[in-house]
Design a protein around this ligand. Structure first.
Ligand SMILES: Nc1ncnc2c1ncn2[C@@H]1O[C@H](COP(=O)(O)OP(=O)(O)OP(=O)(O)O)[C@@H](O)[C@H]1O
Ligand SMILES: [Mg+2]
Length: 527
């Protein structure tokens, strides 16, 4: 029940299994759909999902003491002694229940594992297909079932037969397998599969680690990942195009209106620091542009009183955001075509802990920063839309111990104020981006557009087109000529007024008044 009923879907289940391979310092994980029909149709007798890695494997003692007992927090204890694996990875596991997620995939398991520096290979078999999903019957007969009634068998091969140093195909290359690792075979599959679902799994799995680490590196120069996930259908390598990461990077490099990079929230100094389009910025929480944001006042009091009594509880974090203009007014490189918009809409703000993704944040249908919700319930103009922002937030287990995953692996738990503070800070920062730099950009777009109208004398041109189109209708043509004359008179009058004001040195004053009005409008959202 911990696996099947707690975990939402097969995607999250596979992610859990693969995180265990990551923790075991594997350099690759192969997910094979064995015995599936066309379009990944499940054959109840033949279909199996096999997840194999070249990690450290499990010793007999780990299998006997931990694998078969729920919530033995070996990793949590190990982490307290040493916080990284020999490969330097921060251990992801903590609760001691992730493996049960495999039972979301199917009811019969066989775990074959060979620990590092051992000739022995162990096979642990578990079959729960005799029980109903609620464990109330065995072979359809009612039964009071307890955990120790569930039978597992462990067989030991003194000389490994499955996990051996032999050639293994990994996509386009072949290499000699390391003589250790784990292979999990799941049969009696529960759900149905299709090419689309496998592609979704693939998208999730290749996004397990941050896709933002090498944004500015050329696709050809990007290093080989140190942890690779490969999907096979039988012996066929499944090559779903994954150039979307490169395409996303190109969009970020070339078409983002605002690039907020190298961002950190310094909890001690209560300050955001970042580069805005390459320019260093420091934005303390007591900056009037921040305290003026309604979200700030809702979260931390009218004048930030809450922060006088306590610190923010989430801990420091780092971030990067890339803001695009989805409107038709966007000009030049900022104007996006349908394909580009489609790609951007598939990515939102990802959350990574020690460089590994916290699901489902970042998924297209996830709104963890409640942006769409606020846009719907408050003034839409106050917030950037979810579509136009792509980005990431990085946290660590060490610095953000209170930001913990829910047991069902669907986001962070609300403990005390930590998660709430974290979310509030990010929402406030994004509201600031909308209110200040993005607004300035929008004003620039509007002004350029208006200036173009004047420069090209578009009104006059359209009026004479209209006059032409009214040929044969003398009174209407006369009316249009009259409008043209009046427009010209008004234009001359306004130009003359503007020039007089300027010569009297009034320009600065007018600009100042204009700016005050503009800011007031932004603050009160009146336009
Ligand atoms: N692929 C694997 N390679 C090596 N050991 C594994 C593998 N999968 C599971 N294990 C072992 O089984 C134990 C249980 O895994 P499980 O995912 O249930 O818990 P966890 O990773 O410790 O914590 P969490 O519930 O947070 O994932 C792990 O601590 C690890 O020792
Ligand atoms: Mg785990």
């Amino acid at each position: 029940m911990l696996g099947d009923q707690l975990i939402k879907n097969e995607r999250i289940a596979l992610v859990e299994v693969i995180k265990n391979s990551y923790d075991a310092d594997a350099s690759w994980v192969k997910v094979t759909f064995e015995g599936f029909g066309e379009n990944f149709r499940v054959d109840p007798k033949k279909s199996k999902i096999i997840v194999e890695d070249d990690g450290t494997g499990m010793t007999r003692s780990i299998l006997e003491k931990h694998w078969i007992s729920p919530a033995t927090r070996v990793k949590k204890v190990a982490k307290e002694m040493k916080d990284a694996t020999p490969k330097g990875r921060k251990i992801q596991g903590e609760k001691g229940i992730g493996r049960f997620a495999i039972l979301k995939l199917g009811k019969t398991l066989s775990i074959i594992t060979r620990p590092d520096k051992s000739q022995e290979e162990y096979t642990l078999d578990l079959d729960i297909s005799h029980y109903d999903d609620d464990f109330l019957t065995e072979d359809s007969k009612p039964k009071d079932l307890f955990l120790d009634d569930i039978k597992l068998t462990l067989s030991v091969a003194e000389k490994a037969t499955r996990i051996k140093a032999e050639l293994v195909e990994l996509g386009a290359r072949e290499e000699k397998r390391k003589p250790h690792g784990t292979r999990i075979e799941v049969s009696n599959l529960r759900g149905s599969w299709s090419e689309g679902r496998v592609r979704d799994v693939y998208d999730d799995l290749i996004r397990l680690q941050s896709i933002f680490t090498d944004i500015d590196i050329d696709p050809e120069d990007k290093p080989q990942p140190e942890f690779e996930v490969l999907i096979y259908k039988g012996s066929e390598f499944q090559t779903f195009s994954d150039d979307y990461v490169d395409r996303l990077h190109t969009l970020i490099q070339q078409n983002a209106v605002l690039r907020i990079t190298e961002g950190i929230f310094d909890q001690d100094k209560r300050t955001f620091k970042f580069q805005l389009n390459g320019k260093p910025m420091v934005l303390p929480l007591n900056d009037p542009d921040i305290t003026g944001i309604a979200l700030f006042r809702d979260a931390f009091g009218q004048h930030g009183e809450v922060l006088e009594e306590r610190d923010t509880k989430c801990g420091p974090f780092s971030f990067g955001f890339f803001i695009f203009d989805f409107s038709k007014e966007a000009a030049g490189k900022y104007l996006l075509d349908t394909e580009q918009k489609k790609l951007l809409k598939e990515h939102r703000i990802y959350l990574y802990r020690d460089n590994v993704r916290v699901y489902p944040y970042g998924d297209p249908d996830d709104d963890w920063l409640q942006t769409d919700m606020y846009r719907g319930t408050k003034a839409a103009g106050m917030f950037l839309s979810n579509d136009q922002v792509v980005g990431f937030v990085n946290i660590t287990q060490k610095e953000n111990p209170k930001l913990k995953d829910k047991t069902n692996r669907e986001g962070l738990i609300e403990i005390g104020d930590a998660t709430r503070d974290f979310r509030n800070l990010l929402q406030i920062l994004l509201a600031w981006v909308r209110k200040k730099p993005y607004e300035q950009y929008r004003i620039g777009v509007r002004t350029t557009k208006d200036a173009e109208i004047v420069k090209q004398q578009l009104v006059r041109a359209r009026l004479s087109e209209l006059e032409g189109a009214l040929a044969g209708n003398k009174p209407a043509q006369a009316a249009v000529q009259e409008v043209a004359k009046l427009y010209q008179a008004e234009r001359s009058y306004l130009i003359q007024r503007a020039e007089t004001t300027e010569t009297r040195g009034g320009r600065a004053r007018l600009t100042a008044i204009g700016l005050i009005l503009q800011n007031a409008c932004v603050m009160h959202q009146c336009c």
